[in-house]
Design a binder for this molecule. Structure first.
Ligand SMILES: Nc1ncnc2c1ncn2[C@@H]1O[C@H](COP(=O)(O)OP(=O)(O)OP(=O)(O)O)[C@@H](O)[C@H]1O
Ligand SMILES: [Mg+2]
Length: 235
């Protein structure tokens, strides 16, 4: 049984249908990447899994248990945490207070505490008393990741954590991934940078217009197939 199983997932915004029967699995210990152009439905998929958008219960299962209809706080309590697109830090709160918000939904004690998050991103310890929003983009992204880790998730959803960051900063952020996986989280990475996705993921799913158009292990996917699945096949 997969740790996370998405089956026939649909999603709508009013009259607009954004997802059309998405199927996806994530095994314990795995890292998968979701790639796709702007508007493909990647964030809608993340918001559906995390409970921000509600679904039929059985469309999303965690260890076999239906979680598709649970609200976000219950999804976190079940062990699924999201690093949202755009980081979404609390402007009036310090770095440390932002991190502690993440511990709020925690079910069990686990590897991740303030101390282990500070070990992962030492700069955050230095800056722990300053407002989160006064940090650089990369540091804010580290706070957003740390905040999600503070719930000790079994599944960590990361929505475009490299967006708008300089290459050297992207490298620093992604350098945290092996340790996050070692600590026991399976990871879903949403990326527009195909190269980055292929580098860090065990398997890749490509989305276009609300559907999965291709999936597989990076070594089994040709550049041409990915290009077609990402941009559509030109007639
Ligand atoms: N709140 C909303 N109301 C109406 N339509 C929406 C809303 N959010 C997203 N959409 C539409 O749903 C589709 C999928 O959007 P989504 O944000 O999931 O794509 P994405 O793959 O995350 O794109 P990006 O790479 O730009 O973040 C798009 O057509 C988008 O315009
Ligand atoms: Mg998005």
């Amino acid at each position: 049984m997969s740790l996370l199983q998405v089956t026939g997932l649909t999603a709508r915004y009013g009259d607009f249908q954004a997802l059309f029967g998405v199927d996806l699995t994530l095994d314990a210990g795995e890292a998968i990447a979701i790639i796709g152009a702007n508007g493909a439905g990647k964030t809608t998929l993340m918001r559906s899994i995390s409970g921000v958008l509600r679904n039929a219960p059985e469309m999303i299962r965690l260890n076999g248990a239906p979680i598709g209809a649970l609200p976000p706080d219950a999804v976190v309590a079940q062990g699924v945490a999201m690093v949202p697109e755009g980081r979404r830090l609390f402007a009036s709160l310090s770095v440390e207070e932002n991190l502690l918000i993440g511990a709020h939904g925690r079910k069990d004690a686990g590897y991740w505490t303030l101390q282990t998050v500070y070990d992962l991103f030492p700069i955050l310890k230095e800056k722990r008393h300053v407002p989160g929003v006064s940090l650089s983009g990369g540091q804010q992204q580290m706070v957003a990741i740390g905040r999600a880790l503070m719930s000790n998730p079994r599944v960590l959803l990361c929505d475009e954590i490299s967006l708008g960051l300089a290459p050297v900063v992207i490298r620093d952020v992604y350098a945290a991934l092996p340790r996050i996986r070692d600590a026991g989280a399976a990871v879903v990475i949403v990326e527009q940078d195909i190269g980055q996705a292929l580098k860090v993921a065990d398997r890749v799913y490509c989305m276009m217009e609300g559907r999965i158009t291709l999936s597989g292990r990076p070594e089994d996917l040709s550049r041409a197939a990915i290009h077609d699945a990402y941009f559509g096949v030109s007639a």
